[in-house]
Design a protein around this ligand. Sequence first.
Ligand code: UDP
Ligand code: MG
Length: 139
Amino acid sequence: MTGTLTFTMIKPDAVEANNIGPILAMINKAGFKIEAMKYMRLTREQAGQFYAVHKERPFFGELTEYMSSGPIVAVVLRKNNAVADFRELIGATDPSKAAEGTIRKLFAKSIAANAVHGSDSDKNALAEADFFFSQLERF
Ligand code: UDP
Ligand code: MG
């Protein structure tokens, strides 16, 4: 087992638009291995726990409402330099600023409904993976 971990969610807008398959294909093509995956719906409270670092931000209410509005796919990924390489694959938070060919440029609807999550550090990747998955669900 080589490399490091990152955590992603395929967000409700991308699930609704039938883009689970195309997004997972891009992730695999970029060299990420899937270590854990589940299809589920977050409660508003769980979305708030996941995004607790943003609870003072003006968009927190909208974000937690949106993230609990429909099912998501939660995925733990492994690759060398996983966090930084995954952020490059997904592109900027605001899809209008995301580079051509990135997941958010291709699939995001707006700055809130931006198709995917990506961890911002190795430490947060581990914490986010542990939030969603037990050891028995990781391979
Ligand atoms: N978000 C939003 N409005 C903003 C900034 C962020 O709705 O002005 C949402 C968006 O869904 C984003 C999430 O909050 O993905 C977390 O924000 P962050 O700054 O951590 O962006 P990310 O790490 O997802 O690129
Ligand atoms: Mg972030």
